[in-house]
Design a protein around this ligand. Structure first.
Ligand code: GDP
Length: 296
């Protein structure tokens, strides 16, 4: 996985620093320069990289470290902390509660993996004994309902959609009402993700959100989109109250930076990552183990 390259480069930079006889300003600067290059090449937004570099330098402050301190450990810890901070948002996302009805709306561009992720998310909770349900409010893309229906049927998850109703808001309202009546505890609303007519997309998203009053809106993003991630995530956040992020296709050419940028843009935590096309290729995201793994 390409993401590993980022971790590999950072780990090598730290190793190189550790090989130096004395860790002084120059050695630290060289290490930080290499980390900066690695982050930029992994598509992390420039401003974010710059802040990270400054924060590490401030946290380390070589001058103030008395001899006897293990400078390498301190630097290593500062780098670890900064990478965690990039992915850690202070407030946790809304967490649905089993047995209590929650409405979760999925938003994201077409092709991001939104529909696939809706089913993965439902399946994840279903395995834990929940009663999830899927609502297809995407009336824009021909075949969207069929796709959701097919996925849902395979996973034995109830679904709602329509071949005739063209108003996504109406479908969302009906679907959510139906599953509330059926006492489903997790009602997942898949929305349209058209590429063009973005203004119309955002307006529709806003209307669906207003009509269904979701407990959580999850922004789904393709992990391999690179530098475009920040702006895209921010645009979604401005139209709907995004509360969590899921990044897909982390098995492919994702360099990882997109994920970091999406978290920064939405100020919302990354809660799962998609690691393949199949239902079970879906992982809970935890910051510290992820960064640990990244740094090898
Ligand atoms: P939507 O238009 O956003 O609803 O996207 P889809 O759910 O239709 O997914 C678009 C394509 O991405 C499909 O071919 C999916 O199988 C694929 N896909 C979704 N998630 C992942 C993932 O985590 N890894 C890989 N490799 N492919 C994925």
């Amino acid at each position: 996985m390409v993401l590993g390259e980022l971790g590999g480069r950072i780990a090598r930079a730290i190793q190189q620093m550790s090989n130096a006889t004395i860790v002084d300003e120059n050695v630290l600067n060289e290490c930080l320069r290499e980390i900066t290059r690695a982050l930029l090449q992994a598509d992390v937004r420039f401003e974010l990289v710059r802040d990270t570099q400054t924060n590490i330098k401030n946290a380390v402050n070589l001058d103030r470290l008395a001899t006897g301190y293990n400078k390498r450990n301190i630097i290593q810890q500062a780098i670890f902390n900064e990478l965690c901070k990039m992915l850690d948002t202070e407030k946790p996302s809304f967490t649905p509660k089993k047995g209590k009805t929650s409405v979760v709306m999925f938003v994201g561009l077409q092709g991001s993996g939104k529909t696939t992720t809706c089913t993965k998310y439902a399946h994840y909770y279903q395995k834990k004994g929940w009663k999830p349900a899927l609502v297809c409010s995407d009336t824009f893309r021909a075949g969207a309902f069929d796709q959701l229906k097919q996925n849902a049927t395979k996973a034995k998850i109830p679904f709602y959609g329509s071949y005739v109703e063209s108003d996504p808001v109406q479908i969302a309202i009906e679907g959510v009402a139906r599953f509330k009546e059926e006492n489903c505890d997790l009602i997942i609303v898949d929305t349209s993700g058209r590429h063009k007519q973005e203004a119309a997309l955002f307006e529709e998203m806003r209307q669906v959100s207003e009509a269904t009053n979701p407990d959580l809106a999850i922004f789904v993003m393709d992990g391999s989109i690179g530098q475009a991630a920040y702006d895209q995530a921010q645009a979604f956040k401005q139209s709907v109250a995004v509360g969590a992020v899921i990044v897909t296709k982390m098995d492919g050419h994702a360099k990882g930076g997109g994920a970091l940028s999406a978290v920064a843009a939405t100020k919302s935590p990354l809660i799962f990552i998609g690691t393949g096309e199949h239902m079970h290729e879906f992982e809970v995201f935890n910051v510290k183990p992820f960064v640990k793994r990244l740094l090898g």
